[in-house]
Design a protein around this ligand. Structure first.
Ligand code: NDP
Length: 243
């Protein structure tokens, strides 16, 4: 096929809904052969019908299952660690169980999946590229997002270490850090109009992101146009982090 990603195999996690789903459609439309990994089987079935992607149902909270999914997806040329969960609670009410659940999906799984992929690239001499989907919650003290913010800060730290250790092999790793993006996750976290209003007032562009506006930055970072970009923590936030 034609397009920026013709002939490239790209693994996208959390592909069933939201940002991941839009990214799969965008990458497939630009020629990529996408392997979509997510949890709900019905989301995956409809995504395969819409985009022609390959699918893999997996619960990334299970460390062994996450690594096995990545092994089964090989060989790939690029990886998008997009799957993530948010559970909101005031800091003082954040439980150990909540913290562990969020860390397992948002930080541990991206590490485990990327390890499998990177080992294979190093072995074969492939200069692959990885995008980790983080959040502005890693950079800002987001109310009620203690565990979530910690998990995304952990993910940004992984991005920096991966950029450092994998860079010498020609492997690039970057984070995209979106502000509130209009997906099912954001509907759960930001449906309170008072909360949404005060957040919007802090975003210089005065609006939330559309999933397409995050997916297009993921695609840019995966593309050869970003060939010198490695270890970036890239806000996609309408100016939120500098306001
Ligand atoms: P959604 O909740 O809309 O979609 C997330 C997708 O990831 C779903 O398909 C979900 O599957 C899948 N997923 C979640 N947990 C697992 C798991 N354990 N194993 C496999 N798949 C899983 O989220 P968004 O699209 O909004 O978010 C995508 C990424 O962007 C996340 O990392 C999120 O933290 C980040 N982000 C989102 C923002 C927002 O405002 N929306 C802002 C900043 C960052 P299922 O539904 O079947 O569980």
């Amino acid at each position: 096929g034609a397009g920026r990603f013709a002939g490239r195999r790209i693994l996208v996690t959390g592909a069933g809904k939201g940002i991941g789903r839009v990214a799969v459609a965008m990458l497939a439309a630009e020629g990529a052969e996408v392997i979509a990994a997510s949890r709900a089987p019905d989301d995956l079935a409809s995504l395969a019908a819409e985009t022609g992607c390959r699918i893999h149902a997996v619960d990334l909270a299970d460390a062994a299952a996450a690594a096995a999914m990545a092994e089964a997806a090989l060989p790939v040329d690029a990886l998008v660690n997009n799957a993530g969960i948010a559970e909101l609670a005031p800091f003082v009410d954040t439980t150990a169980e909540m913290f562990d659940r969020i860390m397992a999906v948002n930080a541990r799984a991206p590490m485990l999946v990327a390890q499998v992929v990177a080992r294979d690239w190093i072995r074969r001499g492939v200069k692959g590229t990885i995008v980790n989907v983080s959040s502005i919650a890693s950079l800002w003290g987001t109310p009620d997002h203690a565990a979530y913010g910690a998990s995304k800060a952990a993910l940004d730290s992984l991005t920096m270490t991966m950029a450092q250790e994998l860079g010498p092999f020609g492997i690039r790793t970057n984070s995209v850090n979106p502000v509130v993006t209009l997906t099912p996750m954001a509907e759960r976290a930001w449906s309170d109009p008072a909360k949404a209003g005060s957040m919007l007032a802090r975003i210089p562009l005065r609006r939330f992101a559309q999933p397409e506006e995050v997916a297009s930055v993921i695609a840019f970072l995966l593309s050869d146009a970003a060939s010198m970009v490695n270890g970036a923590i890239l806000p996609v936030d309408g100016g939120f982090t500098v306001a």
